[in-house]
Design a binder for this molecule. Structure first.
Ligand code: GLN
Length: 209
């Protein structure tokens, strides 16, 4: 098994060598995302100010607490700068990040960047104690994926331009809308790097448009 996977991992690391992936580092588990993308072969940069968005090939919006992230984003025009970035540049959003990207946020209603054509309900599966790890089918090559759900939101609706790559109880957990990839779970918390590799593929495809 190790012999089989090593060449593929080596090759994808080489392919993504020149990609610079920013990780929004206002709050939440940004360090885990930076580690995951580093081991997937990308250069990573922690982003704390609007100016630090320039020069990135793609950006990760991590999980954490979306209300706290919003408070930071509302300073220094960061909210508008991020919305502008996400409307054209590849973004990978997990959990709280997915809440930030969505067109509509419920439970309760909350301001969001509005670029991902989806309605997202916060904390839809209950409290911290209801957090869970499930292995569920996906459209990704390689089959089912381990998904860590932590006070997870639920994607209640997606628009026509949104592709659903995995579901939990019928509700989307991993979705793609062109240059945007969003998950309601935490791929950075497992050793399976298929979601990170998919995002790097999206970034590379975006560059050769
Ligand atoms: N419940 C959090 C929120 O509403 C999201 C949880 C997470 O990112 N794991 O922002």
């Amino acid at each position: 098994m190790a012999i089989k996977t090593a060449p593929a991992a080596h090759q994808s690391a080489a392919n993504s060598k020149s990609l610079t992936i920013g990780v929004l580092a206002l709050q939440g588990d940004y360090e885990a995302h930076a580690r995951a993308f580093k081991s997937a072969g990308a250069n990573t940069v922690l982003v704390r100010k609007p100016l630090e968005l320039s020069g990135l090939d793609g950006l990760v919006l991590p999980g954490g607490e979306s209300t706290t992230m919003l408070k930071f984003l509302e300073k220094n025009n960061f909210f508008d700068a991020l919305g502008k970035f996400a409307s054209t540049m590849p973004c990978f959003a997990t959990c709280a990040g997915c809440i930030l990207l969505a067109r509509e946020v419920l439970h309760p209603k909350q301001r969001s960047l509005g670029v991902l054509d989806a309605t997202v309900e916060r904390n839809a599966y209950g409290r911290q104690i209801d957090s869970t790890i499930l292995t569920l089918p996906t459209e990704l090559p390689g089959g089912p994926l381990e998904m860590v759900f932590i006070r997870s939101p639920r994607i209640a609706r997606v628009g026509q331009g949104v592709q659903v790559l995995a579901r939990r109880d019928g509700f989307p957990t991993l979705v793609r809308q062109g240059h945007l990839l969003a998950a309601t779970f935490h791929p950075e918390m497992t050793s399976d790097s298929r979601v990170q590799q998919l995002f790097l593929d999206i970034v590379r495809a975006h560059q050769t448009r």
